[in-house]
Design a protein around this ligand. Structure first.
Ligand SMILES: Nc1nc2c(ncn2[C@@H]2O[C@H](COP(=O)(O)OP(=O)(O)OP(=O)(O)O)[C@@H](O)[C@H]2O)c(=O)[nH]1
Ligand SMILES: [Mg+2]
Length: 195
């Protein structure tokens, strides 16, 4: 699959503002700073399509991009940014959970986890929600370029141990928005879930 066009459409602060045209959606989920916007840009072959926030945790909106005029990429607000007040963090959690639970258009979630670290408690909670709500997801192990190639197999098998038990986990793919590794595998998986 090739992405030939990508345009920003809207930022939604609540579920009432989501598009009503019924186009299918691929959502990017992960903690703040894990590389969601960078991966979205890489997949589209664009440098600065997705608004990368200078300050982590600033984006509170669900940002919609229409791809090939056929479906949406949804850049979800990052979670787990510790410096935010508890009240804001919990309202984000509610927004994301409501979205995951109720969005019929959602075809696939790309769950991003930093390849170099153990999944956080919040990562595991998100994956738990995805599986509970029966949403197919792919684990993208981000920033793979920061890992020596020799260590990669060990990191992948550690990730498999964490995630392979989830019925709705479709694939575990190391990705890098710097080297482009994993891009074609992620696009392939997206195409399969849009069919
Ligand atoms: N080396 C390396 N750095 C990356 C990669 N992906 C993202 N980064 C860097 O990580 C930082 C955060 O990336 P973003 O794409 O803005 O992360 P985000 O998940 O969208 O963050 P929020 O919007 O705050 O939730 C930036 O400085 C990126 O340049 C990668 O694959 N490799
Ligand atoms: Mg971002």
């Amino acid at each position: 699959m090739k992405i030939t066009s990508a345009e920003f459409v809207l930022g939604a602060a609540n579920l009432r503002q989501l598009p009503k045209d019924g186009l299918r959606e691929i959502a990017f989920l992960g903690r703040s700073n894990v590389g969601k916007s960078s991966l979205l840009n890489k997949l589209c072959g664009r440098k600065s399509l997705a608004r990368a926030s200078a300050e982590p945790g600033k984006t509170r909106e669900l940002n919609y991009y229409v791809i090939n005029r056929q479906w949406y990429f949804v850049d979800l607000p990052g979670y787990g940014y510790a410096k935010l007040p508890e009240q804001i963090r919990s309202s984000w959690g509610k927004l994301i959970e409501q979205y995951l639970k109720s969005r019929k258009e959602l075809a696939l979630v790309i769950q991003l986890i930093d390849a170099r670290h153990e999944p956080t408690e919040l990562d595991l909670m998100m994956v738990g929600w995805l599986d509970y709500y029966g949403i197919p997801f792919v684990i993208a192990l981000t920033k793979a370029d920061k890992l020596p190639a020799s260590k990669m197999p060990r990191f992948i098998s550690a990730a498999k141990e964490h995630f392979a038990g989830f019925a709705h986990c479709k694939e575990i793919i190391p990705v890098s928005s710097v080297s482009g590794v994993g891009k074609s595998e992620v696009l392939h998986c997206i195409a399969a879930h849009l069919d």
